[in-house]
Design a protein around this ligand. Structure first.
Ligand SMILES: N[C@@H](CCC(=O)N[C@@H](CS)C(=O)NCC(=O)O)C(=O)O
Length: 358
Protein backbone atom coordinates (compact mmCIF):
# COMPACT_ATOMS: atom_id res chain seq x y z
CA UNK A 1 0.00 0.00 0.00
CA UNK A 2 1.38 3.38 -0.90
CA UNK A 3 1.07 7.00 0.10
CA UNK A 4 -1.96 7.67 -2.02
CA UNK A 5 -4.41 6.00 0.34
CA UNK A 6 -7.47 8.10 0.94
CA UNK A 7 -9.54 7.18 3.94
CA UNK A 8 -13.27 7.62 4.02
CA UNK A 9 -15.41 7.08 7.06
CA UNK A 10 -17.51 3.99 6.63
CA UNK A 11 -15.64 2.90 3.54
CA UNK A 12 -13.16 0.61 5.16
CA UNK A 13 -12.55 -2.92 4.08
CA UNK A 14 -10.31 -5.13 6.13
CA UNK A 15 -8.39 -7.95 4.53
CA UNK A 16 -8.09 -10.35 7.40
CA UNK A 17 -5.87 -12.68 5.42
CA UNK A 18 -3.44 -9.95 4.52
CA UNK A 19 -1.84 -9.73 7.92
CA UNK A 20 1.64 -10.74 8.93
CA UNK A 21 1.97 -14.31 9.94
CA UNK A 22 4.45 -16.07 12.04
CA UNK A 23 3.85 -19.70 12.71
CA UNK A 24 4.63 -20.90 16.22
CA UNK A 25 3.62 -24.49 16.57
CA UNK A 26 -0.07 -24.55 15.69
CA UNK A 27 -0.47 -20.84 16.25
CA UNK A 28 -0.83 -18.22 13.60
CA UNK A 29 -0.11 -14.76 14.82
CA UNK A 30 -1.67 -11.80 13.09
CA UNK A 31 -0.12 -8.67 14.47
CA UNK A 32 -1.89 -6.22 12.24
CA UNK A 33 -4.74 -6.65 9.87
CA UNK A 34 -3.94 -4.91 6.67
CA UNK A 35 -6.35 -2.28 5.46
CA UNK A 36 -6.72 -3.11 1.81
CA UNK A 37 -9.16 -0.62 0.51
CA UNK A 38 -10.28 2.82 1.50
CA UNK A 39 -12.01 5.39 -0.58
CA UNK A 40 -13.61 8.85 -0.64
CA UNK A 41 -11.79 12.01 0.23
CA UNK A 42 -10.94 12.75 3.79
CA UNK A 43 -12.43 15.80 5.44
CA UNK A 44 -10.04 17.90 7.52
CA UNK A 45 -9.82 16.37 10.96
CA UNK A 46 -9.32 19.83 12.48
CA UNK A 47 -12.56 21.09 10.90
CA UNK A 48 -14.44 17.98 11.97
CA UNK A 49 -13.09 18.19 15.51
CA UNK A 50 -14.01 21.90 15.74
CA UNK A 51 -17.50 21.19 14.44
CA UNK A 52 -18.19 18.51 17.03
CA UNK A 53 -16.44 20.41 19.83
CA UNK A 54 -14.15 17.67 21.14
CA UNK A 55 -11.39 15.24 20.20
CA UNK A 56 -12.18 11.53 20.15
CA UNK A 57 -9.11 9.86 21.55
CA UNK A 58 -8.46 6.13 21.26
CA UNK A 59 -6.90 4.78 24.46
CA UNK A 60 -6.29 1.42 26.11
CA UNK A 61 -8.88 -0.52 28.07
CA UNK A 62 -7.00 0.39 31.22
CA UNK A 63 -3.24 0.66 31.58
CA UNK A 64 -2.24 2.63 34.70
CA UNK A 65 0.18 5.47 33.96
CA UNK A 66 -0.64 5.50 30.23
CA UNK A 67 -4.43 5.55 29.90
CA UNK A 68 -6.62 4.49 32.75
CA UNK A 69 -10.00 5.58 34.09
CA UNK A 70 -11.06 5.78 37.72
CA UNK A 71 -14.45 4.96 39.26
CA UNK A 72 -15.78 8.36 38.19
CA UNK A 73 -14.79 7.71 34.58
CA UNK A 74 -11.93 10.22 34.71
CA UNK A 75 -9.06 9.23 32.40
CA UNK A 76 -5.41 9.88 33.30
CA UNK A 77 -1.98 8.88 31.97
CA UNK A 78 0.75 10.15 29.68
CA UNK A 79 -1.20 9.00 26.61
CA UNK A 80 -4.29 10.77 27.94
CA UNK A 81 -2.18 13.91 28.52
CA UNK A 82 -1.20 13.89 24.86
CA UNK A 83 -4.88 14.01 23.85
CA UNK A 84 -5.51 16.70 26.46
CA UNK A 85 -2.58 18.68 25.07
CA UNK A 86 -4.07 18.58 21.58
CA UNK A 87 -7.45 19.70 22.97
CA UNK A 88 -5.76 22.56 24.84
CA UNK A 89 -4.02 23.59 21.61
CA UNK A 90 -7.18 23.38 19.48
CA UNK A 91 -9.90 24.57 21.88
CA UNK A 92 -7.95 26.28 24.67
CA UNK A 93 -9.58 23.62 26.88
CA UNK A 94 -7.81 20.36 27.72
CA UNK A 95 -11.10 18.82 28.90
CA UNK A 96 -12.59 18.76 25.40
CA UNK A 97 -11.69 15.09 24.87
CA UNK A 98 -13.82 11.95 24.73
CA UNK A 99 -12.21 8.56 25.11
CA UNK A 100 -12.70 5.29 23.22
CA UNK A 101 -11.16 2.30 25.05
CA UNK A 102 -9.66 -0.09 22.50
CA UNK A 103 -7.94 -3.44 22.62
CA UNK A 104 -4.62 -3.75 20.80
CA UNK A 105 -6.41 -5.63 18.03
CA UNK A 106 -9.10 -3.00 17.51
CA UNK A 107 -6.96 0.13 17.60
CA UNK A 108 -5.77 0.64 14.01
CA UNK A 109 -9.17 -0.06 12.46
CA UNK A 110 -10.78 2.43 14.85
CA UNK A 111 -8.39 5.13 13.65
CA UNK A 112 -8.52 4.29 9.95
CA UNK A 113 -12.32 4.21 9.95
CA UNK A 114 -12.62 7.67 11.51
CA UNK A 115 -14.10 6.41 14.79
CA UNK A 116 -11.28 8.23 16.62
CA UNK A 117 -9.21 11.31 15.77
CA UNK A 118 -6.01 10.24 17.53
CA UNK A 119 -4.78 6.87 18.69
CA UNK A 120 -2.80 7.46 21.89
CA UNK A 121 -2.44 4.00 23.36
CA UNK A 122 1.07 2.71 24.14
CA UNK A 123 1.46 1.91 20.46
CA UNK A 124 4.83 0.91 19.07
CA UNK A 125 6.04 2.70 15.95
CA UNK A 126 7.09 0.00 13.49
CA UNK A 127 7.77 0.13 9.78
CA UNK A 128 4.79 -2.06 8.88
CA UNK A 129 2.37 0.03 10.89
CA UNK A 130 3.81 3.21 9.41
CA UNK A 131 3.80 2.10 5.80
CA UNK A 132 1.00 -0.46 5.42
CA UNK A 133 -1.98 0.85 7.37
CA UNK A 134 -2.60 4.34 5.96
CA UNK A 135 -1.54 5.79 9.29
CA UNK A 136 1.28 8.04 10.52
CA UNK A 137 3.11 8.16 13.84
CA UNK A 138 3.33 11.76 15.07
CA UNK A 139 6.23 11.19 17.47
CA UNK A 140 7.35 9.18 20.48
CA UNK A 141 6.11 10.01 23.96
CA UNK A 142 7.75 7.01 25.67
CA UNK A 143 10.77 4.97 24.56
CA UNK A 144 10.32 1.44 25.81
CA UNK A 145 11.46 -2.14 25.27
CA UNK A 146 9.89 -5.53 25.84
CA UNK A 147 10.56 -7.40 29.05
CA UNK A 148 9.47 -10.50 30.93
CA UNK A 149 8.00 -10.84 34.39
CA UNK A 150 8.10 -14.11 36.34
CA UNK A 151 7.05 -15.23 39.81
CA UNK A 152 10.10 -15.10 42.09
CA UNK A 153 9.23 -18.67 43.07
CA UNK A 154 10.19 -19.80 39.53
CA UNK A 155 13.79 -19.11 40.49
CA UNK A 156 14.75 -17.75 37.05
CA UNK A 157 17.33 -14.96 36.97
CA UNK A 158 17.49 -14.57 33.18
CA UNK A 159 15.10 -15.04 30.27
CA UNK A 160 17.64 -17.50 28.85
CA UNK A 161 16.43 -19.93 31.54
CA UNK A 162 12.85 -19.99 30.20
CA UNK A 163 13.06 -22.87 27.71
CA UNK A 164 9.66 -24.59 27.48
CA UNK A 165 7.82 -21.83 29.39
CA UNK A 166 4.13 -20.96 29.12
CA UNK A 167 4.05 -17.28 28.19
CA UNK A 168 1.05 -14.98 28.58
CA UNK A 169 0.53 -11.86 26.47
CA UNK A 170 -1.90 -9.75 24.42
CA UNK A 171 -2.96 -10.47 20.84
CA UNK A 172 -2.47 -7.86 18.11
CA UNK A 173 0.82 -6.62 19.54
CA UNK A 174 4.47 -6.39 18.64
CA UNK A 175 4.96 -8.39 21.83
CA UNK A 176 3.83 -11.63 20.18
CA UNK A 177 6.21 -11.16 17.29
CA UNK A 178 9.21 -10.26 19.45
CA UNK A 179 8.79 -13.16 21.85
CA UNK A 180 8.61 -15.55 18.92
CA UNK A 181 11.79 -14.07 17.42
CA UNK A 182 13.58 -14.17 20.75
CA UNK A 183 12.85 -17.79 21.58
CA UNK A 184 13.63 -18.94 18.05
CA UNK A 185 16.86 -17.00 17.89
CA UNK A 186 17.95 -18.57 21.16
CA UNK A 187 16.86 -22.09 20.21
CA UNK A 188 14.26 -22.32 22.98
CA UNK A 189 10.70 -23.63 22.81
CA UNK A 190 7.69 -21.92 24.38
CA UNK A 191 3.93 -22.03 24.49
CA UNK A 192 2.20 -18.73 23.81
CA UNK A 193 -1.07 -18.07 25.66
CA UNK A 194 -2.49 -14.89 24.12
CA UNK A 195 -5.64 -12.96 25.06
CA UNK A 196 -7.29 -9.93 23.50
CA UNK A 197 -8.05 -8.17 26.79
CA UNK A 198 -5.16 -7.08 28.98
CA UNK A 199 -6.99 -7.93 32.18
CA UNK A 200 -7.42 -11.50 30.94
CA UNK A 201 -3.64 -11.69 30.62
CA UNK A 202 -3.24 -10.40 34.18
CA UNK A 203 -5.79 -12.90 35.50
CA UNK A 204 -4.21 -15.84 33.66
CA UNK A 205 -0.73 -14.99 34.89
CA UNK A 206 -1.92 -14.26 38.42
CA UNK A 207 -3.67 -17.64 38.59
CA UNK A 208 -0.45 -19.43 37.63
CA UNK A 209 -1.59 -20.47 34.17
CA UNK A 210 1.61 -18.96 32.76
CA UNK A 211 5.21 -18.92 33.93
CA UNK A 212 5.91 -15.63 32.21
CA UNK A 213 4.08 -12.35 31.48
CA UNK A 214 5.65 -10.49 28.59
CA UNK A 215 4.91 -6.99 27.29
CA UNK A 216 6.54 -3.55 27.18
CA UNK A 217 8.48 -2.97 30.40
CA UNK A 218 6.29 0.02 31.22
CA UNK A 219 3.28 -2.25 30.76
CA UNK A 220 4.80 -4.81 33.12
CA UNK A 221 5.28 -2.07 35.74
CA UNK A 222 1.64 -1.07 35.30
CA UNK A 223 0.09 -4.54 35.21
CA UNK A 224 2.18 -5.76 38.13
CA UNK A 225 0.25 -3.36 40.38
CA UNK A 226 -2.90 -5.39 39.60
CA UNK A 227 -1.49 -8.73 40.80
CA UNK A 228 -2.61 -10.23 44.11
CA UNK A 229 0.94 -10.03 45.50
CA UNK A 230 3.08 -7.73 43.30
CA UNK A 231 6.14 -8.30 45.49
CA UNK A 232 6.10 -12.01 44.65
CA UNK A 233 7.07 -11.19 41.06
CA UNK A 234 10.16 -9.82 39.36
CA UNK A 235 11.03 -8.37 35.96
CA UNK A 236 13.99 -10.14 34.35
CA UNK A 237 16.94 -7.97 33.23
CA UNK A 238 16.80 -8.60 29.46
CA UNK A 239 15.20 -6.02 27.16
CA UNK A 240 14.40 -7.95 23.99
CA UNK A 241 13.13 -5.24 21.62
CA UNK A 242 12.78 -1.54 20.86
CA UNK A 243 9.27 -0.21 21.55
CA UNK A 244 9.05 3.48 20.68
CA UNK A 245 5.51 4.32 21.81
CA UNK A 246 3.66 7.28 20.35
CA UNK A 247 0.47 8.88 19.03
CA UNK A 248 -0.90 7.90 15.63
CA UNK A 249 -3.10 9.75 13.13
CA UNK A 250 -4.54 8.97 9.72
CA UNK A 251 -2.23 9.42 6.77
CA UNK A 252 -3.16 12.17 4.33
CA UNK A 253 -4.12 14.95 6.74
CA UNK A 254 -0.87 16.83 7.25
CA UNK A 255 -2.45 19.72 9.17
CA UNK A 256 -3.78 17.39 11.85
CA UNK A 257 -0.55 15.40 11.86
CA UNK A 258 1.36 18.67 12.47
CA UNK A 259 -0.92 19.68 15.34
CA UNK A 260 -0.44 16.38 17.15
CA UNK A 261 3.28 16.32 16.43
CA UNK A 262 3.82 19.89 17.68
CA UNK A 263 1.62 19.43 20.75
CA UNK A 264 4.03 16.72 21.90
CA UNK A 265 7.06 18.81 20.92
CA UNK A 266 5.67 21.79 22.83
CA UNK A 267 5.62 19.72 26.03
CA UNK A 268 9.20 18.51 25.51
CA UNK A 269 10.50 21.97 24.52
CA UNK A 270 8.75 23.50 27.54
CA UNK A 271 10.62 21.14 29.86
CA UNK A 272 13.88 21.98 28.14
CA UNK A 273 13.25 25.72 28.59
CA UNK A 274 12.18 25.37 32.21
CA UNK A 275 8.59 26.38 31.45
CA UNK A 276 5.99 24.59 33.60
CA UNK A 277 2.31 24.89 34.41
CA UNK A 278 3.32 26.92 37.47
CA UNK A 279 5.38 29.58 35.70
CA UNK A 280 4.16 29.60 32.05
CA UNK A 281 1.92 32.65 32.37
CA UNK A 282 4.67 34.71 33.96
CA UNK A 283 7.21 33.59 31.35
CA UNK A 284 5.19 35.04 28.47
CA UNK A 285 7.13 38.28 29.00
CA UNK A 286 10.51 36.57 29.39
CA UNK A 287 13.38 38.10 27.42
CA UNK A 288 14.43 34.83 25.79
CA UNK A 289 13.14 34.90 22.18
CA UNK A 290 12.81 31.08 22.05
CA UNK A 291 10.52 31.19 25.08
CA UNK A 292 8.52 34.05 23.52
CA UNK A 293 8.07 32.04 20.32
CA UNK A 294 6.84 28.95 22.17
CA UNK A 295 4.48 30.93 24.39
CA UNK A 296 3.11 33.02 21.51
CA UNK A 297 4.31 36.46 22.51
CA UNK A 298 6.52 36.59 19.42
CA UNK A 299 5.79 35.29 15.92
CA UNK A 300 2.74 33.52 14.49
CA UNK A 301 3.57 29.91 15.18
CA UNK A 302 0.08 28.97 16.34
CA UNK A 303 -1.49 30.48 13.24
CA UNK A 304 0.85 28.41 11.11
CA UNK A 305 -0.78 25.35 12.65
CA UNK A 306 -4.26 26.79 12.04
CA UNK A 307 -4.56 27.56 15.76
CA UNK A 308 -4.29 30.61 17.99
CA UNK A 309 -0.81 31.80 18.99
CA UNK A 310 -1.33 30.80 22.63
CA UNK A 311 -1.67 27.12 21.58
CA UNK A 312 1.44 26.01 23.49
CA UNK A 313 0.75 28.30 26.45
CA UNK A 314 -2.61 26.54 26.83
CA UNK A 315 -0.94 23.12 26.68
CA UNK A 316 1.62 24.03 29.32
CA UNK A 317 -0.75 25.78 31.73
CA UNK A 318 -3.44 23.08 31.49
CA UNK A 319 -1.48 19.85 31.00
CA UNK A 320 2.09 20.78 31.96
CA UNK A 321 5.44 20.14 30.35
CA UNK A 322 6.70 16.62 29.54
CA UNK A 323 8.41 16.24 32.92
CA UNK A 324 5.23 17.14 34.82
CA UNK A 325 3.24 14.59 32.83
CA UNK A 326 5.93 11.92 33.29
CA UNK A 327 6.28 12.47 37.04
CA UNK A 328 2.51 12.61 37.61
CA UNK A 329 1.77 9.40 35.70
CA UNK A 330 4.68 6.98 35.52
CA UNK A 331 7.59 8.46 37.48
CA UNK A 332 9.34 7.25 40.66
CA UNK A 333 6.59 8.66 42.91
CA UNK A 334 3.79 6.75 41.17
CA UNK A 335 2.92 3.04 41.55
CA UNK A 336 4.85 2.37 38.30
CA UNK A 337 8.08 3.84 39.78
CA UNK A 338 9.77 4.30 36.39
CA UNK A 339 13.00 6.31 36.28
CA UNK A 340 13.35 8.73 33.37
CA UNK A 341 16.15 6.61 31.85
CA UNK A 342 16.31 7.11 28.08
CA UNK A 343 13.16 9.22 28.34
CA UNK A 344 15.20 12.05 29.85
CA UNK A 345 15.90 15.11 27.71
CA UNK A 346 18.91 14.86 25.38
CA UNK A 347 20.50 17.59 27.50
CA UNK A 348 20.16 15.33 30.58
CA UNK A 349 21.64 12.20 28.99
CA UNK A 350 18.41 10.85 27.47
CA UNK A 351 17.12 10.75 23.90
CA UNK A 352 14.16 13.16 24.05
CA UNK A 353 14.97 15.83 21.48
CA UNK A 354 12.25 18.07 20.07
CA UNK A 355 12.69 20.20 16.96
CA UNK A 356 12.71 23.91 17.81
CA UNK A 357 9.90 26.43 17.38
CA UNK A 358 11.26 28.93 14.92
N1 LIG B 1 3.44 -1.58 22.45
C1 LIG B 1 2.92 -2.84 22.00
C2 LIG B 1 2.00 -3.51 23.03
C3 LIG B 1 0.76 -2.70 23.28
C4 LIG B 1 -0.30 -3.39 24.14
O1 LIG B 1 -1.45 -3.51 23.72
N2 LIG B 1 0.03 -3.79 25.36
C5 LIG B 1 -0.93 -4.39 26.24
C6 LIG B 1 -0.21 -4.97 27.43
S1 LIG B 1 0.61 -3.75 28.41
C7 LIG B 1 -1.95 -3.33 26.66
O2 LIG B 1 -1.84 -2.19 26.36
N3 LIG B 1 -2.94 -3.65 27.37
C8 LIG B 1 -3.91 -2.69 27.84
C9 LIG B 1 -5.20 -2.84 27.12
O3 LIG B 1 -5.32 -3.70 26.22
O4 LIG B 1 -6.09 -2.09 27.42
C10 LIG B 1 2.21 -2.64 20.68
O5 LIG B 1 2.02 -1.51 20.24
O6 LIG B 1 1.84 -3.65 20.04
Amino acid sequence: MSNNIIIGIGALVIGGAAGFFIGSGNEKIVEVEKIVEVEESQASTLDAVRAKGFIQCGVSQGLPGFSNSNDDGKWTGIDVDLCRAVAAAVFGDADKVKYTPLSAKQRFTALASGEIDILSRNTTWTMTRDTQLGLNFAGVNYYDGQGMMVPKSLGAKSSMELDGANICTNTGTTTELNITDYFRANGMSFNLVAFEKADEVVAAYDSGRCDVYTTDRSGLAAQRTKLTNPDDHMVLPEIISKEPLGPVVRQGDDSWFNIVRWALRAMINAEEMGISSANANSMVTDNNPAIKRLLGSEGNFGQELGLSNDWALNIITQVGNYEESYERNVGPNTPLKLDRGVNALWSDGGILYAAPVR
